[in-house]
Write a protein of this length. Structure first.
Length: 496
């Protein structure tokens, strides 16, 4: 009879899986607490300590690290191996199911160092690697999610699945070890920044149809974990735009909307009413909104859904969507609709470069207007709210970037330009006459006074920029001359 070794921390689904193995003729061999759970469920099981004739020691720290266990797993089935097993009183083990101690979960909940170290699994990792190495003969089951598929695979003697599980086991232990290494190294820069990421599926295509693309998930919240409710498969561009839209939206107040095109906002609004914000964000640049990505900080109602299906958008992402609204959105089956939670607040951002990766911490800065400094021109405290709104939007626009806004709505956005004066010209041209009395924000300082002079001609009343240029005095003088309130925020928001 074949033998299955079970040693699991996570006991969900264990009894059903073990019962399925018994139905398929397996005898059960299990470590202490796993054996107890099986006995309590009425299943016949032999405990590892009885099999090895060696009791568990060190409070359970050592229980499966024994020649009779690893010899049984690593046996290749040859006559010589059979003689070795007979000599040590062991038998072949044909299936190994292990779930590891929850090291990652323990660290995430803020446990102290001693507790975290105690949750480093030794024997479980050794069992998984041994079984995976000998996968030509042995089934390895590294996670509970595989239980049903393994039972079905046993019925059809699926060698391809057995090899897939070996690969999954090595990937699982690699991620586990990298997470431990990151913890022990400590500091801001983990040596393995993608330690917890795993392949989640292929995307429709990359930036262009001839490029392949995929998405990886790291178990935290955000767009990669968003629930797809309907629509065509996401492409690489769809995913990046959805992420940019959601990040922008979450920097706004509730009931806000943002429209993204090519990872930069084309319009945004926070009016306290979701439908009003959506309409205003689209109207800010109707041309750019066509085929764009819409992010909504709130719940999509049927009324909002009717507005959305009346226009062409590639992706809609929101916190939630009412059932009646989902029925309306379904009238456009190609429209991709995602439900997303808040963004993770930890980790680092990676970008591939030739020969490696560049990494940075996320831009979480949200400057408080109370800390801004009025550097030149008359005080415009009545426009601070609009300056604050514009500054939160310019943070998400591609550099060089300028945003003109008033009343919680963007009027003009100039982004991705190679000079700041060009970005300002684009934003002010888009705003037109609405620029009179409006607020303007810049993602970085002005190297000359030209942007302030241009803003003054357009009628801008107040400007927010980081300050810090060697020629700040030129902008300050231009603000005084143009009767514009110039505020220095002290925080730059480059986005390349």
């Amino acid at each position: 009879m074949p033998t299955a070794l079970l040693s699991v921390y996570d006991k969900s689904g264990l009894v059903e899986f073990a019962a399925g193995l018994r139905e398929r003729g397996f005898t059960l061999l299990a470590s202490g607490k796993t054996a107890k759970a099986l006995r309590d469920a009425g299943l016949a099981v032999e405990e590892v300590a009885d099999y090895t004739r060696s009791p568990e020691v060190l409070g359970g720290r050592v229980k499966t690290l024994h020649p009779a266990v690893h010899g049984g797993i690593l046996s290749r089935g040859s006559d010589a191996d059979a003689q070795d097993l007979l000599r040590i009183g062991a038998r072949q083990i044909d299936l190994v199911a292990v779930t590891l101690y929850p090291f990652v979960e323990t660290v995430r909940r803020g446990a102290g160092r001693a507790e975290a170290i105690e949750e480093i699994d030794i024997g479980g990792v050794a069992l998984l690697r041994a079984a995976a190495k000998n996968h030509d003969r042995v089934w390895v089951v590294p996670e509970t999610r595989w239980y049903q598929e393994v039972l079905e695979g046993l019925d059809r003697e699926d060698a391809a699945l057995r090899q897939r599980l070996a690969a999954e086991a090595f990937a699982h232990t690699a991620r586990y070890d990298m997470a431990i290494a990151n913890y022990l190294f400590g500091g801001e820069w983990p040596p393995f920044p993608m330690a917890e990421a795993r392949f989640a599926g292929a995307l429709r295509y990359g930036e262009n149809p001839h490029q392949s693309a995929a998405v990886y998930r790291d178990g935290t919240r955000g767009v990669a974990a968003a629930e797809p409710l309907q629509g065509k498969e996401l492409s690489y561009n769809n995913l990046l735009d959805a992420d940019a839209a959601w990040r922008c939206c979450l920097d706004l107040r509730p009931a806000a909307a943002c429209v993204i095109k090519h990872q930069t906002p084309s319009g945004a609004a926070e009016l306290g009413d979701l439908l009003s914000s959506l309409k205003a964000a689209v109207a800010a640049d109707e041309e750019a909104a066509f085929g764009g990505v819409v992010a909504l900080r709130g719940v999509v109602t049927p009324e909002i859904a009717e507005y959305l299906v009346g226009r062409f958008f590639e992706v809609v992402i929101a916190q939630d969507i009412e059932p009646a609204a989902r029925e309306i959105l379904a009238r456009k089956p190609n429209l991709r609709v995602l439900a997303a939670d808040s963004l993770p607040r930890e980790g680092i951002e990676l970008r591939a470069i030739g020969g490696g990766y560049a990494a940075q911490t996320p831009d979480r800065a949200t400057p408080d207007t109370a800390q801004w400094r009025l550097a030149g021109g008359p005080s415009q405290e009545g426009l601070l709210e609009d300056l604050d709104f514009a500054y939160r939007i310019v943070k998400h626009a591609r550099s060089n970037a300028i945003v003109v806004a008033r009343g919680g709505v963007t009027l003009g956005i100039g982004a991705g330009q190679v000079s700041r004066i060009r970005a300002a010209s684009e934003a002010l041209a888009q705003a037109g006459d609405k620029a009179k009395g409006a607020a303007l924000a810049s993602d970085a300082f002005f190297p000359f006074g030209d942007v302030v002079e241009l803003a003054a001609k357009a009628g801008i009343a107040a400007i927010a920029e980081p300050g810090g240029s060697m020629r700040d005095e030129l902008s300050i003088e231009a603000a005084r001359h143009g009767d514009i309130a110039l505020y220095f925020t002290g925080v730059r928001h480059f986005r390349h």
